[in-house]
Design a protein around this ligand. Structure first.
Ligand code: RB5
Length: 149
């Protein structure tokens, strides 16, 4: 039996409920949800939650990551500061599929104040069901990685 893919999840205070809904959902799909919180509603700072999730992916402890904040933007920018992380914000399913297929994204970000829960689940499904196509897209991802200093 192949090992279930480990998916790290994190958010700030703006997205706790949606994050927990997504964590439960991906478990039903057979993934292992590594939900690193937070779980209490006090205001917190998205950069530390984005970085914590990104480190788990960059280190290889988790295969992919799903992160959320109010817009999905701040936590995505924070995660992308970690070397080896390719994270995009998605508010529709086509981009969620294409960031895997063409950009080899290893993290997905969603804005809980932008995207409703049903669509968020569809976005997560599109991301997790897609695979990197490689080929010319691999050349481009390598070029992108070479920009990092
Ligand atoms: C928090 O109020 C909000 O700024 C944060 O969740 C996020 O939208 C930042 O990008």
């Amino acid at each position: 039996m192949t090992k279930a893919k480990r998916i790290v999840l994190s958010s700030d205070h703006a997205a706790i409920e949606l994050r927990q809904t997504i964590a439960k959902h991906i478990e039903t799909l057979g993934f292992e949800a590594v939900d690193i919180g937070p779980t209490t509603p006090e205001s917190t700072h998205y950069p530390k939650h984005g970085e914590a999730a990104a480190r788990k992916v960059a280190s290889g402890d988790c295969d992919l990551g799903i992160i959320l904040c109010g817009t999905g933007q701040g936590i995505m920018m924070s995660a992308n500061k970690v070397k080896g992380i390719r994270c995009g914000v998605c508010s529709e399913t086509f981009s969620a599929k294409m960031i895997r297929a063409h950009n080899n994204a290893n993290m997905l970000s969603i804005g809980a104040r932008v995207t409703g829960p049903d669509l968020a689940i569809e976005i997560v499904d599109a991301f997790l069901k897609s695979d990197f196509e490689g080929g010319r897209h691999g050349t481009r991802v390598d070029l992108m990685e070479a920009i990092a200093n």
